[in-house]
Design a protein around this ligand. Structure first.
Ligand code: TXD
Length: 318
C-alpha cells in the first residue's frame, strides 16, 4: 500500500520544521513547495540525509512545481510573509491574500482531494479565502491556530503550578488575534480546576484570579512576545508541531478533539464565518464541531472575537 503524501506549501521557517517533523513521525512522503528556486530542494536534501541517523523511511523532496503535489492527502500551507516587530497579524492581509489566492489555485488544480490546513496569517481570513478559491467542502479546509494558542496557555499553567504539561487541559476559542478567548472556567489539571489550585497556592481567590488573568493576557500576546525576542520573523517550532498534530489526527483517524479554525454553521451563534472551536479530526477531516454552553461572559468574549474576524474577512471584499 502506498504511503500517504503530505504537501507543504511554503518552505520557510515553519515549512522546514514541518518537513522534518512529518519525516520523524513517518506520517508519509513529504513534498516541500516554494517559489524560491533551489531552497526547498536544499532543505529537503538536508532533512533526507538525516534519515539514516533518525531512522525514517519516508521520502522528503523539494519542488518549485505545483504538479509535484498531485495525489497529496494533506496539504499544509505556510506561504506568505510573517510579522515584523510592531506589526499585527492583520497588517499582513494585503500581501498574503495575493499569495494565498495563487496557492489555493495550485491546490485546487493539482490536489483536488486533499485536506488543507492553513497556517498563514492573518489566519481566519486566509482560511476563508482558501476555501472560497478551492471550492472544497468546509470539512476539508481548516486553519491551525487554536492548537498553538491552547498549547501556550497550557504551558503557562504547567509552569505556574509546577506540574507536567501532560496533565494540563486548557483551550482557547475564537479568532487568532488579540481577541482570542482562553477559557478559564474549563482549564484543569486532570479535571481539577486550575483556579482552585491557584487559590490553594496563593491562599486567596483574589490572588488566584489575578495570576490567571496574567496567564490569559500572556496567552493572547504570546505570538508577539516571540516576534519581539526573535527580532526577525515569528514563532515557527510550535506552529509546526501544532499543525502536525492536526495532520496526524486526520491521517491516522485518531479523532482527536482539537481547537480548529472551522467554518461555523450556526454553532456558538456564528453563521458562515471561520472561527476557532473544538472539532473532532479524523479521516473525514472535520468530522464534528463540538458545541458546548458558554456563560454570559464567555459568550460576550466570543462575540467580540467573532466581530473582529468579520471585520477582517469583510476587508477582503470576497
Ligand atoms: O499559528 C499560526 N497560525 C501561526 C502563523 C504562527 C506563527 C506564524 N504564522 C504565519 O505563518 C506567519 O505570520 C506567516 O504568514 C506564515 C509563515 O511563517 P514563516 O515563519 O514560515 O515565514 P517564512 O519563513 O517567511 O516562510 C514563508 C515562505 C517563504 O519561504 C516564501 O518564499 C514562501 O513562503 N512564499 C511562497 N510559497 C509559495 N507560493 C507563494 N506564492 C509564496 N510566496 C512566498
Amino acid at each position: 500500500m502506498a504511503r500517504p503524501k503530505i504537501a507543504l506549501i511554503g518552505g520557510g521557517q515553519i515549512g522546514g520544521v514541518l518537513a522534518q517533523l512529518c519525516a520523524l513521525r513517518e506520517l508519509g512522503d513529504v513534498v516541500l513547495f516554494d517559489i524560491v528556486e533551489n531552497m526547498p530542494q536544499g532543505k529537503t536534501l538536508d532533512i533526507a540525509e538525516a534519515a539514516p541517523v533518525d531512522g525514517f523511511d519516508v521520502s522528503v523532496t523539494g519542488t518549485n512545481t505545483y504538479e509535484d503535489i498531485a495525489g497529496a492527502n494533506v496539504v499544509i500551507v505556510t506561504a506568505g510573509l510573517p510579522r515584523k516587530p510592531g506589526m499585527s497579524r492583520d497588517d499582513l492581509i494585503g500581501v498574503n491574500s495575493k499569495i494565498m489566492t495563487s496557492v489555493a489555485e495550485g491546490i485546487r488544480d493539482n490536489a483536488p482531494d486533499a485536506f488543507v490546513i492553513i497556517i498563514s496569517n492573518p489566519l481566519d481570513a486566509m482560511v476563508t479565502l482558501c476555501q472560497k478559491v478551492t471550492g472544497f467542502p468546509s470539512s476539508r479546509v481548516m486553519g491551525q491556530a487554536g492548537v498553538l494558542d491552547s498549547a501556550r496557555f497550557q504551558a503557562f499553567i504547567a509552569w505556574e503550578l509546577g506540574v507536567s504539561v501532560k496533565d494540563v487541559n486548557a483551550m482557547t476559542l475564537g479568532g487568532h488575534g488579540d481577541t482570542m478567548v482562553p477559557l478559564v472556567r474549563y482549564a484543569s489539571v486532570n479535571g481539577i480546576p486550575v483556579l482552585e489550585l491557584l487559590e490553594q497556592k496563593y491562599g486567596s481567590a483574589e490572588k488566584a484570579n489575578e495570576v490567571m488573568t496574567a496567564m490569559v493576557e500572556r496567552t493572547k500576546a504570546a505570538g508577539g512576545e516571540v516576534v519581539k525576542l526573535l527580532g526577525n520573523g515569528s514563532a515557527f517550532y510550535s506552529p509546526a508541531s501544532s499543525a502536525v498534530a492536526m495532520a496526524e489526527s486526520i491521517l491516522r483517524d485518531q479523532k482527536r478533539v482539537l481547537p480548529v479554525c472551522a467554518l461555523l454553521n450556526g454553532e456558538f451563534g456564528v453563521d458562515g464565518f471561520y472561527v476557532g472551536v473544538p472539532c473532532v479530526l479524523g479521516s473525514d477531516g472535520i468530522e464534528k464541531i463540538i458545541e458546548f454552553k458558554l456563560d454570559a461572559t464567555e459568550q460576550a468574549l466570543m462575540d467580540n472575537s467573532v466581530e473582529a474576524v468579520k471585520e477582517l474577512v469583510g476587508s477582503m471584499n470576497l
